[in-house]
Design a protein around this ligand. Structure first.
Ligand SMILES: Nc1nc2c(ncn2[C@@H]2O[C@H](COP(=O)(O)OP(=O)(O)OP(=O)(O)O)[C@@H](O)[C@H]2O)c(=O)[nH]1
Ligand SMILES: [Mg+2]
Length: 330
């Protein structure tokens, strides 16, 4: 879709290209953001601008911290599977124990705080897809690893932890939210449509752990009062396994993706390894995920699955549904 950009936008863009310092660049990018018309056709440009503004703000802030603390890119976790979900929470909340229950990863689990020091990824199976979970060091007002800022940007969603074995559980979880906000990371139920580009929003699911602990039910009521209007909530006990199957589904659903099975003409579909695309993706966008040249080259497609679609021929703008089978004609 073509975007009609006003001349002032191009002026600001020219200033951006000429800018020599990160601060000058950021100022020009912010002007571009203000001028940019916010509608469907400019969504891609909006997203690109937001990422640039957010990255540059991080860069300027990390430079202020000095080279020792900054170490940008110390930890990068290459994405795998249908999406990447980071674990954020206070110390000792059971983050690592949960990772060890949902994946084959073997993080250290200990009855004292600050056990986890580095990000640890693991792959969670859910039906015929896999979701990447990343266990992270704990967050408190005084303890914050700066690589968490980078890792939250790279992630597709977050799980926020609340410890039902701790009277201070809700306060400790609130402290995590506050500390992340200082790093311009805001955890939300849904990403707001038109948001402030200097803050990075991350779609978040709240997980209350240790429901088997004494008096956990009373603490759960308090936790609900504090958080249920802000996040969807799943209650678990990693030790007994209670709630874990519901949690797998909740994490997958939370990613907002759908499974699409590719089929070659004259052959049965490959039902073993679906592609995953954001909910609402079109045939054209799906083609681009299968191969970067396919989106351009796509002539038509046949779709089996949702509703009346039983091999019907559709165009590139046709919106797909979870578990559709698609045959691309190039
Ligand atoms: N009763 C009970 N204890 C749990 C449960 N899950 C974890 N624990 C215990 O809680 C303690 C902390 O667990 P970890 O998984 O190491 O906690 P963490 O959040 O990774 O802690 P940090 O790495 O310090 O941030 C361990 O002693 C676990 O055995 C649970 O569901 N029920
Ligand atoms: Mg841990």
């Amino acid at each position: 879709m073509a975007v009609n950009l006003p001349p002032q936008y191009h002026d600001a863009e020219a200033r951006y290209k000429k800018a020599r310092t990160p601060e000058e660049k950021l100022a020009a990018l912010r002007e571009m953001w203000v001028i940019l018309p916010k509608h469907k056709a400019s969504e891609k440009v909006q997203a690109e601008l937001k990422t640039k503004i957010s990255e540059l703000t991080d860069e300027i802030e990390q430079a202020k911290l000095g080279p020792k603390k900054a170490a940008p890119g110390t930890f990068k976790i290459p994405k795998q599977g249908a999406g990447q979900v980071v674990f954020l929470g206070p110390p000792n909340a059971g983050k690592s124990r949960l990772l060890s229950r949902l994946t084959k990863a073997t993080p250290a689990v200990a009855p004292y705080p600050f056990t986890t020091r580095e990000p640890i990824p693991g792959m969670m199976d859910y039906e015929d897809v896999r979701v990447q979970l990343v266990d992270l060091p704990p967050i408190t007002p005084d303890h914050y690893e700066h690589f968490v800022t980078d890792l939250t940007r790279a992630a597709d969603a977050a799980v926020l932890f609340l410890d039902l074995a701790d009277d201070d559980g809700p306060a400790a979880t609130q402290a995590v939210l506050d500390r992340l906000k200082q790093a311009r990371r805001e955890l939300v139920r849904e990403i707001p449509a038109a948001d402030d580009p200097t803050t990075y929003h991350l779609k978040t699911l709240l997980v209350a752990t240790k429901s088997d602990a004494e008096a956990a039910d009373i603490r759960l009521e308090l936790a609900k009062e504090a958080f249920t209007d802000r996040f969807p909530l799943v209650v678990i006990a990693a030790e007994s396994g209670a709630g874990l199957e519901d949690l797998r589904k909740a994490i997958y659903d939370h990613l907002g993706v759908m499974r699409i099975y590719a089929k070659q003409p004259g052959k049965p579909p490959d039902m073993t390894s679906p592609f995953t695309s954001p909910v609402g993706s079109t045939v054209g966008e799906f083609a681009g995920r299968v191969h970067k040249d396919f989106e351009e080259g796509l002539k038509s497609a046949r779709v089996w699955g949702s509703g009346a679609f039983d091999g019907q021929t559709v165009g590139r703008d046709h919106v797909l549904h979870d578990k559709d089978v698609v045959e691309l004609h190039l």
